[in-house]
Design a protein around this ligand. Structure first.
Ligand SMILES: [Zn+2]
Length: 314
């Protein structure tokens, strides 16, 4: 039971192309789009990686990974409580910015103690999205050692909500070697999209930065189509034949992606994204159907002790 919630990326073998979590209809019964290349990451667990970023910040020709939090005491608990009250109804991105801005002491080559909130935000924003997320997860782990994390799952089929416990120590994390600097990769669409008047097939993808990532993509699990579109938009950094770099696809351009190309891109991005995975494949507690679900990173769900949360929902 404890294992289920942390098997998140476990369904993906270390270097093989990502299998579909569940069978999805393929147009004309065609095969899924092949992955563009083998992923660069290797698998580890949160308990083994410790206070090190899965990807890291480039400094002096390497990726600098170590981070350190200030002690999580009553004082910080109160400050975090204030942040929580302040960010009710705010986006997940704002919440993580506030929490990390308060708690991070050093990250990679940066020391936060002497920086202004704006400077801190710029640094966090420039990090790989899943590095920022990992720090947030690790803070929870460090502050509430041994407390299982509760994952709230909202079933899109029967609309019921269920809760799964998870042990963060064993949460699987994809890490990059410090020598790997260039994280860009190319991807070829099968059907292509029209951009600036021409049909184009070649894309360059890169892991999303925290700042680029559209906070919309974090919200809820109900509209996975909108979330996936936001993730694609944030991941494509260049398009073949267009000398603008970085280049961002517009919403109408994205809307033109065929189902086949869209699914292929989503799978490819999932396969190559380092760090902790944000989507769990699990089973509804009520109807037992298999579903994909964003982990609920909201403060209440994420930071409260499981023992204090058995009544009602956050
Ligand atoms: Zn259900």
């Amino acid at each position: 039971m404890t294992q289920r919630a942390v098997q998140v990326p476990g369904r993906q073998p270390d270097s093989a192309p990502l299998p579909e979590a569940e069978p999805k209809p393929k147009p004309n019964g065609s095969e899924p789009a092949p992955a563009s290349s083998d992923p660069l990451w290797t698998m580890t667990a949160l308990g083994d990686l410790g206070p090190n970023l899965p990807t890291g910040i480039v400094a002096d020709g390497r990726r600098s990974k170590l981070f350190r939090f200030r002690p999580y005491r009553m004082k910080e608990e109160k400050q975090l409580g204030e942040i929580r009250d302040k960010t009710k109804g705010m986006s997940m991105g704002q919440l993580v910015n506030e929490v990390l801005g308060l708690m991070v002491q050093t990250v990679g080559p940066h020391t936060f103690d002497t920086l202004s909130p704006v400077e801190k935000r710029l640094i966090i924003g420039s990090m790989i999205m899943t590095d920022a997320l990992y720090m947030y997860v690790y803070l929870r782990h460090e502050a509430m050692y041994g407390e299982p994390l509760e994952l709230t799952v909202n079933c899109p089929f029967c609309r019921s909500q269920s809760t799964l416990p998870g042990d963060l120590q064993t949460l699987e994390i994809r890490q990059m070697a410090p020598e790997i600097i260039d994280l860009r990769r190319s991807y070829r669409l099968r059907d292509g999209i029209t951009v600036k008047g021409d049909r184009r097939f070649g894309l360059t993808l890169a892991p999303m930065s925290w700042a680029v990532f559209d906070n919309q993509a974090f919200q809820g699990g109900s509209n996975t189509g909108a979330r996936d579109a936001a993730i694609i938009q944030a991941s494509v950094v260049a398009v073949e034949g267009i000398p603008i770099d970085p280049f961002r696809l517009s919403d109408p351009e994205l809307d033109e992606l065929t189902k086949y190309d869209f699914e292929g891109l989503v799978a490819d991005i999932e396969l190559h994204t380092p760090g902790p995975q944000m989507v769990v494949t699990t089973e509804c507690g009520s109807c037992r159907r298999s579903l994909r679900q964003m982990i609920n990173w909201e403060y209440d769900a994420f930071f409260k002790r499981a023992s204090r949360s058995s009544h009602g929902k956050a």
